[in-house]
Design a protein around this ligand. Structure first.
Ligand SMILES: Cc1ncc(COP(=O)(O)O)c(C=O)c1O
Length: 410
């Protein structure tokens, strides 16, 4: 354990200083998974506690196996390695364009990837800076679990431009290690930066003088609908020229939204660190994963791996992007026509409708259910309504906006 911490101190001082007490302790003993992996090629396999055929194959009960047509039963029915099926980690890395950093670790959905990053770097002494409004689960993952103080800054300024100065002002308050969360395409606003904004964010982060863990929550990666969008994760921009004495970047992405496999619970966590420092972070994250869920569902990993190898996948994804873009365009049009106000949105799944001061988001949401049979999410921090246009048929979008307008324009 101390060897890993010493290694990080030498090779990646920022990561070493950013580790939480749990992150410092995290260490994978030479336990069952490691000992079993070391003996994987042995003729007699009496290491891991799996009930098998006796020669390495699963004893798949037909009542289960019949539901896994076309899936490698050995891969799906036996334990996956702690950090995930190697071929899946490699295939996801290739999908990301072989970005600089570690091989991604497979996580139980992106929420779990975020919670691993929080476990490694989050603690009461390391505040989490993030744009508000934000996805509500960040409170649970960071503040509730690790005790990290949430330090929000507004996503937009008074002119409704991305408020990079507010992020900079929050960074300027720091004098020690901290985490910064970036989520684009954003939940709940549906905003992604332009090229110029993306570069300005990266430049401000690169100028920060203290240890900083930047968490790129790329949950909605790929869903960019306006030509002005930067259209990629900020991860690469941040990693280029990142100084290991000051910056570690974590990328969280996954199959939930990108492959529409919400219930599959397959996410990925990648660290910007390379070489032995990267391996040390993967080791630490794997130790925490082993101490919580032990390993991620092998059937779900097998199915995602099969999909990534399917030559038809890219075309199928493009089709979905086309559907979402048409829903997005319909929503932009319907909002403009009805005079319902929305904050800037150009990507992702959502639009955020700010309410008047005399309107209460929860009351309006309840009225929409009761009077218009319409479900939206109230974002109380900003007294706004989040509309998930990703789940409304294009032809129903004018009607959705009309129902909202009937309640808002009273
Ligand atoms: C911004 C953001 N990050 C992460 C997640 C979590 O995704 P998963 O379902 O893979 O845990 C969500 C889900 O809604 C999200 O909106």
């Amino acid at each position: 354990m101390s060897d890993l911490n010493a290694l990080l101190e030498a090779e990646h001082p920022a990561a070493a200083r950013l580790l939480s007490p749990l992150g410092r302790r995290a260490f994978m003993p030479l336990g069952v998974p490691q000992q079993a992996a070391e003996s994987a090629q042995c003729e007699r396999q009496a290491s891991i506690g799996q009930i098998t055929s006796g020669s390495g194959d699963p004893l798949a009960l037909p009542a289960l196996a019949e539901h896994f047509q076309g899936v490698d039963l050995r891969q799906a029915f036996l334990y996956a390695p702690t950090a995930g099926i190697l071929a899946l980690r490699q295939a996801w890395r290739a999908r990301m364009g072989n970005v600089v950093g570690t091989l991604p670790i497979v996580t139980n959905g992106m929420s779990h990837g975020l919670s691993l990053a929080a476990d490694l770097f989050g603690c009461p002494e390391h505040p989490l800076l993030l744009a508000t409004p934000y996805w509500d689960n960040y409170d649970t993952i960071w503040n509730m679990r690790t005790g990290a103080e949430m330090r929000p800054f507004p996503i937009f300024n008074a002119e409704r431009g991305l408020d990079i100065a507010a992020m900079g002002a929050r960074l300027a308050e720091l004098s020690g290690p901290a985490c910064l969360l970036l989520n684009f395409p954003n939940n709940p606003t549906g905003y992604s930066p332009t090229e110029a904004e993306a570069h300005a964010i990266a430049a401000r982060i690169h100028a920060h003088p203290h240890p900083l863990a930047v968490i790129c929550d790329d949950a909605y990666a790929g869903y960019y609908f306006d030509e002005g969008c930067y259209g990629r994760s900020l991860y690469n921009l941040l990693v280029e020229g990142a100084d290991p004495r000051r910056l570690v970047v974590c990328k969280i992405d996954g199959a939930s939204k990108e492959l529409l496999f919400f219930g599959g619970r397959i996410g990925f966590l990648t660290f910007s660190a390379t070489g032995p420092a990267g391996e040390a972070l993967v080791h630490k994250a794997s130790a925490i994963l082993r101490g919580t869920i032990s390993s991620v569902s092998a059937p779900a990993q097998s199915v995602v791996l099969a999909a990534l190898r399917d030559p038809n996948l890219a075309g199928q994804e493009e089709e979905v992007k086309g559907v979402l873009k048409r829903r997005y365009t319909a929503l932009q049009g319907a909002l403009a026509e009805s005079g319902v106000d929305a904050l800037p949105f150009n990507s992702g799944c959502f639009a955020l409708l700010p309410l008047r001061a005399d309107q209460n988001a929860q009351e309006v949401r309840r009225r929409l259910i009761a009077e218009q049979s319409t479900g939206v999410i109230a974002v109380e921090s900003d007294n706004a309504l989040r509309v998930a246009f990703c789940s409304i048929d294009e032809s129903d979008i004018p009607d959705l906006v009309a129902r909202i307008a009937r309640v808002l324009h009273r």
